[in-house]
Design a protein around this ligand. Structure first.
Ligand code: KG4
Ligand code: ZN
Length: 330
């Protein structure tokens, strides 16, 4: 069964064709990073317009990359939340039009669920349940226990900034441009020795919650020279990254232990972070599944994979489905 996956929740127009929830026949991602870079962050209205322009070329390329024709698509899966309302609307309406015109079922996918299903792509077997998913992206930092297909329990979340958002904000403070995560990752890797600066980790009432805004304020004070002479940007980047990664790994591993998880799945754009990948692998007593980088950042294949699973369970969406920008998981 071939599922077309459509993803437009933020600044990537992405469409993929996935066979039986695992095998990627083609995956096309048209990134808007350059469009938004000069503003230092994603501008929602510009994102929506660019999605409109990109939809048909991206679909054509995705279909051309397979041996299929459009008629060989059996279902259309689409992200309906969470994300930017205008951006989601473009993808959802496009998906509805396709499903209607082709008389194929429409499947609604939660973007965060999509990130977890990246762990099933191009692998012989998927992760075992119960699994602990750490979903870290520009919009989310969630610790989710997945007890079976479609069964989620949110154990923790950020109380302020998402991890990726913190990377982006701190990169801006350090003059590193947008998106900030890869820039901080690169700069921090350039510091061969361990960073001398130690930045705080937030303590919170709920054991698996995160908070990163105090850390960002701390970096801001240091950069402004309010705490004495500021260390070089590379050291500050490394210290910041170490603090974020330490919080993420400590809480994910603790949550996995406390809830008897079999495996840990790392998902979302921040999963591309090299320190996060290595620390989690080092500190987790359980097997850790980290999808390849291209499947950690936003893509259509993960939406198609999650869509196939929902179709197996007989779950399709009506054509009056609406976007849910504030949708959560679990
Ligand atoms: O999942 P994603 O592609 O889009 C959202 O759904 O938000 O995640 C994008 C986020 C951005 O905040 C970006 O800075 C961050 O992922 N990111 C990274 C790295 N690569 C991307 N953060 C830290 N280290 C990286 N190497
Ligand atoms: Zn994402």
């Amino acid at each position: 069964m071939n599922v077309l996956g459509i993803e437009t929740s933020c600044d990537e127009t992405a469409i993929a064709v996935v066979e039986d929830g695992r095998r990627i026949l083609s995956s096309v991602v048209s990134s808007q990073v350059e469009l938004h870079a000069e503003y230092g962050g994603v501008v929602p209205e510009l994102a929506s317009r660019r999605h409109v322009e990109a939809m048909i070329p991206v679909l054509d390329e995705a279909i051309a990359g397979t041996a299929c024709r459009l008629e060989d698509i059996d279902a259309v899966a689409v992200t309906h939340g969470p994300g930017l309302a205008g951006a989601l609307l473009v993808g959802l309406n496009f998906a509805k039009a396709l499903a209607y015109a082709m008389s194929r079922p429409l499947v609604a996918i939660n973007h965060l669920e999509g990130h977890i299903y990246a762990a099933w792509l191009e692998r012989e077997r998927g992760p075992r349940f119960p699994l602990l998913a750490l979903i870290v992206s520009g919009g989310h930092s969630d610790v989710v226990l997945m007890e079976g297909h479609g069964r989620y329990r949110r154990l923790g979340e950020t109380v302020d900034d998402a991890a990726g958002e913190a990377f982006d904000k701190v990169a801006r403070l350090l003059g590193l441009g947008f998106p900030g995560g890869p820039a901080i990752d690169r700069l921090a890797s350039a510091t061969a020795h361990s960073p001398p600066a130690h930045l705080p980790r937030a303590r919170l009432a709920r054991p698996y919650d995160f908070s990163f805004s105090g850390l960002k304020t701390k970096v801001q004070r240091i950069v402004r020279g309010e705490e004495g002479e500021a260390p070089p940007a590379a050291e500050l980047a490394a210290a910041f990254q170490e603090s974020v990664v330490d919080s993420l790994v400590t809480k994910a591993v603790q949550a996995a232990r406390d809830h008897g998880a079999s495996e840990i799945v790392l998902a979302g754009g921040v999963a591309a972070n090299s320190l996060l990948r290595s620390s989690l692998a080092e500190r987790s007593p359980l097997p850790v599944v980290v999808p390849p980088q291209a499947l950690c950042t936003d893509n259509g294949a993960m939406i198609a994979a999650a869509g196939w699973r929902r179709l197996q369970a007989g779950e399709t969406a009506p054509l009056d489905l609406d976007v849910e920008p504030g949708l959560r998981i679990g």
